[in-house]
Design a protein around this ligand. Structure first.
Ligand code: ATP
Length: 240
């Protein structure tokens, strides 16, 4: 379980995460939505120990990320810019991760197969397309069979078959009892993937509701989302 409590992050005088409180429970997919600049990535980065909170707490199974005993087996994380070492093949990238965490070689082959990259595993990852790199990042997430998955915009660059595949994968991971937090701007895709939705705007919590409750009285999740976040949109294009 992920628990965010009174989390605040300031950059100078700007409050980008503002006393945010919510929990992400196991056994369901929780979508993390909000306009550009709402603080989703910052919240995820703090959760993963990559940025420091100004105040408040963010824990996974009761502990801050940096205190987890076996992070790769407890948490699989995909951030927007997951680095892949240049020149390394996909196979070697995963192998290095596996070896430093006592994970078997057969698991590397299993995840390459699961993400559909077996046939290109010997190619340098630097030559991969955006979607292929995203698949490799997802392979790394799955490697340690973690009980918590945290994914920032995982559909980025995926083709329609990839988006469909990822949806089934996330739903299956949740059905197996895992905690799954996934941010996305693809609202129609989230409508098909998520069970619970956490919506933020300007760093603040706007909603934390099951899909059916959030969409109740609206024609679609998109309509509900746009109404909810209308006052929290900072960057929007006007008519030309
Ligand atoms: N290192 C930083 N220094 C200063 N400001 C930052 C830094 N990182 C993020 N911010 C600011 O924090 C705010 C929240 O950014 P964040 O990336 O968390 O939003 P987001 O909800 O993930 O947005 P998007 O949907 O566009 O990815 C933005 O105004 C951003 O400019």
């Amino acid at each position: 379980m992920i628990e965010i409590e009174e989390l605040t992050k300031k950059y100078g005088s700007a409050v980008v995460v503002d006393r945010l409180t919510f929990s992400v429970r196991p056994g369901r997919v929780t979508g993390f939505l909000g306009p550009n600049g709402a603080g989703k990535s910052t919240t995820m980065r703090i959760l993963l120990g990559l940025a420091k909170a100004s105040s408040g707490t963010a824990t996974i199974d009761g502990q801050p990320y940096c205190e987890l005993r076996d992070p790769l087996r407890q948490v699989g994380a995909l951030l927007e810019a997951t680095p892949v070492q240049r020149g390394r093949t996909a196979y070697r990238f995963l192998l290095a991760l596996a070896q430093t965490h006592g994970i078997t070689l057969s698991r590397v082959e299993e995840v390459l197969d699961a993400v559909g990259l077996s046939s290109v595993a010997g190619r340098p990852a630097a030559e991969f397309s955006l979607g292929m790199r995203q698949r490799l990042g997802i392979a790394a997430v799955l490697l340690g069979e973690p009980s918590t998955l945290i994914l920032d915009e995982p559909t980025n660059g995926l083709d329609p078959a990839g988006v469909h595949w990822l949806r089934n994968l996330l739903r299956a991971q949740a059905a197996e009892g895992r905690t799954v937090l996934v941010s996305s701007h693809l609202i129609s895709e989230m409508a098909l993937t998520a069970d619970q939705l956490v919506v933020v705007g300007r760093g603040r919590l706007l909603a934390d509701l099951p899909m059916a409750e959030l969409t109740s009285g609206h024609a679609s999740l998109e309509e509900a989302y746009l109404q909810l976040t209308g006052d929290a949109v900072e960057f929007s294009g006007g008519p030309r």
